[in-house]
Design a protein around this ligand. Structure first.
Ligand code: ADP
Length: 174
C-alpha cells in the first residue's frame, strides 16, 4: 500500500525543527506532502508563495517530499489529496496539550486519518518560527537554527518592513 502523509503548518518561515520532522516523516511514509496553511490566524512575515518557495528549497534533496498550500480545514485538505496520516512535531509538553486537542477534534471529523506526532530532535527544542524571526530582527546568530537562504529571506523582509512591521515586532520576550 502506498501511504501518503501530510505535514501541515504555517512555516513562517521553515527552520531546522520543521526540516528534521519532515525528513524523518519522509523515511516512514512513501510520500510526504508538506502543506502550508495559507491563512492562519497569526501575523505572517511571508506570503504563501514565499513560504512555499523557502520550503521547496529546504526540502529539495528529499525525493519523496512535495510542497503544497491549502486553505480551510487541514483534515479536508488531507482527504482531498488521499493522505492517510497527519504528521506533527512536538517540542515541549505545552505543545502536547494543543496537539492532543487538535488530534481529538480531527478524529471526530474523520476517523480514517491518523495523527502521528514525532518528538523533536533535542537540538531543535527551543526553535520556533517566531523565535528565529525575532533573533534575526535583533541581530542575533541563527546559524544553528535555519539554513542561510532562509536567514537572508528574513533579513530582506525586515528591511522591506523597515523593522517595524507587525510580524517582526517583539513576540517572545527575547
Ligand atoms: P502551526 O502554525 O501549525 O503551529 P508551525 O509552522 O509553527 O505550525 O509548525 C508546524 C509543525 O512543526 C507543528 O507540528 C509544530 O509543532 C512543528 N514544529 C515547529 N517547530 C518545531 C521544532 N523546533 N521541532 C519539532 N517540531 C516543530
Amino acid at each position: 500500500m502506498h501511504v501518503r502523509a501530510v505535514f501541515p503548518g504555517s512555516f513562517d518561515p521553515v527552520h531546522f525543527g520543521h526540516m528534521d520532522i519532515a525528513r524523518r516523516a519522509a523515511r516512514l511514509f512513501d510520500e510526504l506532502v508538506v502543506a502550508v496553511y495559507a491563512n492562519p490566524q497569526k501575523n505572517l512575515l511571508f506570503t504563501t508563495e514565499e513560504r512555499l518557495a523557502l520550503l521547496r528549497e529546504a526540502m529539495a534533496d528529499v525525493s519523496n517530499i512535495t510542497v503544497a498550500s491549502y486553505t480551510g480545514l487541514t483534515i479536508n485538505f488531507a482527504k482531498s489529496i488521499g493522505a492517510k496520516v497527519m504528521v506533527r512535531g512536538l517540542r515541549v509538553f505545552s505543545d502536547f496539550d494543543n496537539e492532543f486537542r487538535m488530534a481529538l477534534a480531527n478524529q471526530e471529523l474523520d476517523k480514517n486519518i491518523e495523527t502521528i506526532a514525532l518528538i523533536t530532535d533535542h537540538r531543535y527544542t527551543f526553535i520556533s518560527s517566531s523565535t528565529v524571526k525575532e533573533i534575526v530582527t535583533l541581530g542575533g546568530e541563527v546559524t544553528a537554527m535555519l539554513p542561510p537562504f532562509v536567514e537572508t529571506a528574513i533579513r530582506q523582509k525586515i528591511h522591506e518592513h523597515d523593522g517595524t512591521g507587525p510580524a517582526v515586532r517583539k513576540q517572545s520576550g527575547l
